[in-house]
Design a protein around this ligand. Structure first.
Ligand code: PHE
Length: 451
């Protein structure tokens, strides 16, 4: 019999754990910074509500209706040789690709946990502190080691299964994560009240001039990544849900918590950055370079640094387990493997696939690749996954659920266990319109649409 979540809360915490990850704490603050805050945040919230939420409901619904992981789900719902199973395949490929480099970034946060414990910033200049990251980035052996450690933790949890591994871990880790975010925001408010006021202004004041059309597109793309949509993670988690659970209500919780943490992440990072005379538009180095510089000047800075990087690692871990569960459940459902074998094999494949990303900073690795694509392996994977695969996956999922899923099944599944059954037409309508918005993004990206 298929495994199921032990409790409703367990599902919400696991799915929120998947959604809340590096995307919220590492990426959202820096893209907000780059796009001038204010209006970008508003547009992002609009994308989450109008495109993200309906697709989240659709993915969970497909999973619960089929009670199986992506490839088998499309086969069950649309027939053994339905072309839609390609969408399931895309999900499995995406899971391998994303986890392989996600684990490298997550590994950096593990490294910074150790650095916070041994205080490597004492007596160093800001340049030297920033240089710590450059050294780490270039060190192949350190990256490989942390990639291995992080992936082993992920494998360990998924090995335990749905209830005893994933659900149990999320029930402990997610409350810890919420407490740490709360503590850091309060610390920020007390330590740099002036920075907090500036952050408020930056995040909430619509500043029309700084936002470009590109920023609008970035907001939509990011809403897929942060909500773990478009690659079957939510579908897989939905397949462990029972018919008595309320899909719409759970989705509202997941989307709400994800958005809350993204906003709070800004309120725990920007006050430091703005209050200490730094600029927020610094790209990916914001978290690993700028913050350690600021932490080194704060009272109890090492403790703050420790809490921050533990938080980052936990957020990454609960997302990584959902990625590994997608590929693992593929082997369990399609090839009838036992879970231990499936987890270990997918773990090893991901480990190997991540090696070029782990060595990406070292230079010299696959120079032909860099020459051909103009970027290293790591960046290629990130670019490919978050810009193309997820956006396309979300687009196709919306079309499938909106137009190809038999209406009776869709309606019944939407209403089953839900007190929002009456909202069915509103959901369906939004779901059917959302591909238009996504298509605009895709056309822009392939250069067929100029804005
Ligand atoms: N949502 C995760 C984050 O914000 C990333 C992720 C994408 C996880 C897709 C699972 C699937 O970091």
């Amino acid at each position: 019999m298929r495994a199921h979540w032990g409790t409703r809360l367990g599902f919400i915490l696991a799915a929120a754990g998947s959604a809340i990850g590096l995307g919220n704490i590492w990426k959202f603050p820096y893209i907000t910074g780059e796009n001038g805050g204010g209006l970008f945040v508003l547009i992002y919230l609009g994308c989450v509500a109008v495109v993200g939420l309906p697709i989240m409901i659709a993915e969970i619904l497909i999973g619960r209706a089929a009670q199986s992981s992506p490839v088998s789900a499309y086969k069950r719902l649309s027939g053994e040789d339905s072309p839609w199973q390609a969408l399931g395949w895309l999900g499995v490929v995406c899971a391998f690709v994303i986890l392989s480099y996600y684990s490298v970034v997550a590994g950096w946060s593990l490294n910074y946990i150790i650095l916070s414990l041994v205080d490597t910033t004492h007596g160093k200049t800001p340049d030297q502190i920033g240089g710590i990251f450059d050294t780490l980035y270039k060190s192949g052996s350190a990256n490989l080691l942390w990639h291995f450690v992080f992936l082993s933790l992920t494998v360990g949890i998924v090995y335990g299964g749905v209830q005893r591994g994933i659900e149990k871990a999320c029930r402990v880790l997610m409350p810890m994560l919420f407490v740490m975010v709360g503590a850091l925001v309060v610390y920020c408010l007390i330590e740099t009240p002036s920075g907090f006021a500036k952050a408020f202004g930056f995040i909430l004041e619509p500043d029309r001039e700084k936002l470009t059309p590109r920023g609008v597109l970035e907001a939509l793309g990011h809403s897929f990544f942060t909500l773990s949509l478009g690659m079957g993670a939510m579908l897989t988690y939905g397949s462990y849900m029972s018919k008595e659970d309320d899909i719409t209500r759970s989705s509202l919780w997941i989307v709400g918590l994800d958005t809350l943490i993204s906003m709070l992440a800004c309120f725990m990072i920007f006050p430091f950055v703005l209050g200490h005379g730094q600029v927020p538009a610094q790209g990916p180095g914001l978290v690993f370079k700028t913050l350690p510089i600021i932490f080194s000047t704060l009272p109890a800075g090492l403790l703050v640094s420790l809490v921050f990087f533990v938080l980052l690692a936990l957020a990454a871990l609960t997302s990584a387990i959902s990625l590994l569960e997608v590929s693992t459940s593929y082997f369990i459902d399609e090839h009838e493997w036992e879970r231990p074998k499936a987890v270990l094999v997918t773990g090893v494949i991901t480990l190997v696939l991540g090696v070029p990303s782990a060595l990406a900073g070292g230079g010299g690795m696959l120079p032909e690749w860099e020459a051909m694509f103009g970027m290293n392996f790591f960046d290629t994977f990130d670019y490919l996954a978050s810009n193309w695969l997820l956006t396309f996956g979300g687009f196709a999922t919306a079309i499938y659920a909106g137009w190809f899923l038999p209406d009776r099944l869709r309606r019944e599944e939407f209403a089953s266990g839900s007190r929002f059954g009456k909202l069915y037409p509103v959901w369906l309508w939004t779901l059917r319109v959302s591909p238009v918005a996504i298509l605009v993004v895709l056309l822009y990206k392939v250069g067929l649409l100029k804005v």
